[in-house]
Design a protein around this ligand. Structure first.
Ligand code: SF4
Ligand code: SF4
Length: 417
């Protein structure tokens, strides 16, 4: 006997190739639309007038600052990761120019061949959709070559992730990116062996906002934590895309009930140490979603090993979507909500926080650099002028020198270097 009426049941493949298919019951009161509520005209308007840009450029000032608040161990590990990752990013950048050495079999749809190969390689979620240029970053517009997107999610280790925030969890986070970068090269080679082209969109040098395409491909829905919640591991995965000209069939968006479920759950919103997540959804760039407050999140993330409490305390991450949705249908309750098992976390130097408890931070803690590097440099120069009433020739020369360095760096970025 279930408490809630079931509207529909979603059937998905098992977590790995060795696991059977799973069924996810979606309660009637959680039903909204497949994917995400969208106003296509608004999405198009924002794309045309306010194109998206990568945080690597738009938020470059705080990204650089991040390195100054890392612990020694984190600093060394990030340096190591960047070195390991560099050749993978470089290989991805030129992957779209590598030509297949064979011709494709005429008229043959290769969707299932590619999906099987990707699952065999270890990707936990694989979906096909149009590579939607509306989500492409301004600086990548001329780079993207092919029209179909293969959306790929690689699961991050379960137990390491449950230690968030910690170095152990960061090993899982960055280690998964490294594995994913290598697996993508193998999958792109496989696509070329079928006679088609393949361009790797690195998870560390993103060409676009990837989540909307994953939602369109039916691999999950957007959670209140701002992350893709997929059936088996919630947001405990790293996502990337391979675009291709192969003959493929698109998957369809799915209503897993998450859009409504998050309104009931709210665990991540209540547990976020930075108070960066918001209760209510807003319409943002044409989609109805919970919008994270970046400036409240970033200082916590940078200081405490990537934070990730919003990933940790999400029941879908912890218990998987089938168990969470079955529990909701049977009891009308959110699995794990209010328990130490789901909601407890520890912050280095601040202690353990159980349900209803959060750490506090001083106002200064949230005072970080904003915007691009040039915007931040200008802001500092302006403040100096306001303080001193005038600028010395040395100040002006220093400003000009630093600005020209930044512009040189930006030109390298535009050229994909
Ligand atoms: S990473 Fe931490 S601070 Fe940022 S939104 Fe998630 S829980 Fe909040
Ligand atoms: S913790 Fe709850 S509200 Fe937050 S993303 Fe997960 S399911 Fe949604």
């Amino acid at each position: 006997m279930t408490l809630k009426e079931i509207n529909h049941v979603v059937t998905r493949s098992g977590r790995t190739l060795d696991h059977p298919d799973v069924e996810i019951p979606v309660a009637k009161d959680l039903t909204t639309v497949p994917g995400i509520p969208k106003r296509d005209k608004d999405v198009a308007f924002y794309t045309r007038n306010y194109p998206l840009e990568t945080q690597a450029i738009e938020k470059a000032a705080d990204r650089e600052w991040t390195w100054t608040v890392y612990t020694g161990e984190m600093y060394e590990y990030r340096k190591h990761h960047d070195e390991v990752n560099k050749p993978l990013i470089e290989a991805a950048l030129v992957s779209g120019d590598v030509m297949p050495e064979v011709s494709p079999e005429s008229g043959k749809d290769v969707t299932e061949e590619i999906r099987s190969k990707a699952r065999e390689l270890g990707f936990g979620e694989v979906g096909f959709t149009k590579y939607d240029r509306k989500y492409t970053y301004k600086s990548k517009k001329g780079w993207v070559k092919y029209e179909h997107a293969i959306c790929l999610a690689l699961e991050q280790d379960y137990w390491q992730t449950q230690t968030i925030p910690s170095m152990e969890a960061e090993f899982a986070h960055f280690g998964t990116y490294e594995d994913e970068g290598r697996l993508a090269i193998d999958l792109a080679d496989y696509i070329r062996s079928l006679g088609y082209k393949a361009q790797i969109h690195s998870p560390n040098d993103n060409s676009a906002a990837y989540i909307p395409m994953f939602v369109e491909a039916g691999l999950g829905q957007l959670g209140a934590n701002g992350q893709l919640l997929s059936p088996h591991f919630g947001s405990r995965s790293r996502i990337m895309i391979i675009s291709t000209d192969a003959l493929v069939t698109y998957d369809k968006p799915v209503d897993y009930g998450i859009h409504k479920f998050c309104e009931e759950c709210q665990v991540c919103v209540n547990r976020c140490p930075g108070r960066a997540l918001v209760k209510e959804k807003v319409w943002w760039r044409g989609a109805e979603k919970h919008k994270l407050m970046y400036d409240r999140c970033r200082p916590v993330m940078a200081t405490y090993e990537g934070c990730g409490v919003c990933m940790l305390t999400c029941p879908v991450q912890r218990y998987g979507m089938p168990s969470v949705m079955e529990h909701y249908v049977e009891t009308g309750e959110i699995l794990g909500k209010g328990t130490h098992n789901l909601e407890g976390f520890e912050i280095r130097g601040k202690g353990y926080f159980g349900p209803g408890e959060l750490p506090s931070f001083s106002r200064d803690f949230f005072d970080i650099p904003h915007g691009t590097k040039e915007e931040w440099l200008f802001e500092q120069f302006k403040n100096k002028l306001a303080e001193n009433g005038e600028s010395s020739t040395e100040d002006a020369e220093e400003f000009a020198g630093q600005l020209s360095e930044i512009l040189k760096e930006n030109r390298g970025f535009d050229a994909g270097l």
